[in-house]
Design a protein around this ligand. Sequence first.
Ligand code: URA
Length: 213
Amino acid sequence: MTADFPNLTVVDHPLVQHKLTWLRSVDTNTDSFRNLLREVSQMLVYEATRDLPTELQSITTPITTMDSPVISGKKLCIISILRAGNGMLDGVLALLPLARVGHIGLYRDPETLEPVEYYFKVPSDIADRQVIVVDPMLATGNSAVAAIDRIKEAGCVSIKLLSLLAAPEGVANMHRHHPDVPIVTAALDSHLNDHGYIVPGLGDAGDRIFGTV
Ligand code: URA
């Protein structure tokens, strides 16, 4: 957590920071960008799941029997905010292979920067699951706030947000609307520019993942 933003955890591990540098670089091609995003997402979700509850299970090792921890508690659901969230899914699912996956389609109105919903599909038992929302860029935070509004409407009470990069504006917006939702990110950048892009950022994450520049 940072002093200014109690809802934010910045994962400052050297491996994350090294890979983030190459994600930011304009010289990184689409293939490398996807691979790096998958790797960093894996490390971010490792941190985001640090507080998962465990219970002891009795097992037998080749040497003896013992009580050893296994993950317990609510099952997980990953919700991707389309389309850039999909770039984080593979990495997250590599560590949480049994998690269900939901999708929320929101696009930013280029004039107002407000989110407009065009798709919502989540597991029917979502209210009983612990949710991790994935969206690489927490910019204004309007999309994340709107997505989490919808997820809460569906009955979820346990939600985290995983973003590759965050802007102070987005973190503050999330804290205003959803102070109960912890955010895990690789970096807190400086600010948003006039077009709502994160500075220094990495450009349009969706374009860089899908090569649509
Ligand atoms: N969305 C992006 O893809 N990049 C930004 O910098 C802000 C929002």
